[in-house]
Design a protein around this ligand. Sequence first.
Ligand code: B12
Ligand code: SF4
Ligand code: SF4
Length: 258
Amino acid sequence: MKAARPYKDINVFSEIWNYRTLKKFCRLQGADLFGVADVSNIKDEFELVEDVKKGLNKAVCLGVALSGPILSEIEAQPTKLYFHHYRTANMFLDQTAFSVCRWLQNKGAAALPIPASQILDWQKQSAHLSHKKIGQLAGLGWIGRNNLLVSERYGAQFRLVTILTDFRLKADRPLRRGCGPCRACVAACPVGAIRDNCENFGHLECFEKLKGFQRENVVGQYICGICVKACGGKHGKKNTALNGPVEDQQGHHIRPLS
Ligand code: B12
Ligand code: SF4
Ligand code: SF4
């Protein structure tokens, strides 16, 4: 007779099964990137009530890709189209996180969606938690020279959201990749805030430039988009006009759309 499976294996099995089912649900909701991070060791960094965050040891991190043509329009400053797109992406991510929260709660789990772009402390310019850090732990990408989370497929041309949960889920691992010899964003930044090493990123230069765009009434919020446009990844290279037109003058596709 076959020996009964040890209980531990059943736990591992259910974590993998849950991970796959949730991933499928998130894809159907429109998420382009999905990953799960084990956040049990970094919860001190979260600006949440101790009792609330106690059992929330997993973080589901989702990414949604931005429109290549909208980014292509950005030159020396953000555009009105990019501003609208940025807000739409945030709303989409918040709605998706809300659906994931309901999905998890209907499975009997606790779930806490973190806003895509809400600032808690205006002095420190910080939020409840860093989506970039969660995304990096969840294997979505690496912190690039531009101080953004960079994925192999989308470069930095995506936005993020996080849902904390106590649901039993397999956790992903961080990627062991980086920018390599690329310096596209270093050359693109109008204030030289992007250096060779992301640890030397010029937060203040960048922030002053973004405040300037808002003061000059270019856009209504602290956004820019220049270093996002510069960092296209595999998908962005095809999707933006950076590499020339997709069609020839007769309307034939001259390079594949992804
Ligand atoms: C406040 C804010 C800003 C502020 C300043 C943020 C800051 N402190 O640097 C301002 C207004 C300047 C800003 C600018 C921009 N922002 Co902003 N911002 C935020 C917001 C709302 C909060 C960030 C926060 O809490 N920071 C606090 C610090 C402590 O966290 P952190 O900056 O993430 O730093 C951590 C990691 O970087 C990590 N880390 C640092 N170095 C390294 C090195 C390695 C090797 C590793 C592994 C980790 C690591 O450790 C840090 C501490 O945990 C987030 C949304 C969110 N909740 O995450 C969006 C967010 C970070 N912004 C985003 C974007 C896109 C932008 C802009 C391009 C503007 C635009 N939309 O056009 C610029 C980019 C500037 C740049 N190149 O970094 C995206 C980034 C998406 C991505 N693919 O990475 C986010 C995640 C919003 C979203 N929902 O997608 N932003
Ligand atoms: S957001 Fe603009 S100013 Fe800030 S690092 Fe990127 S390109 Fe430079
Ligand atoms: S543009 Fe190149 S150097 Fe800059 S963050 Fe992206 S991959 Fe890294």
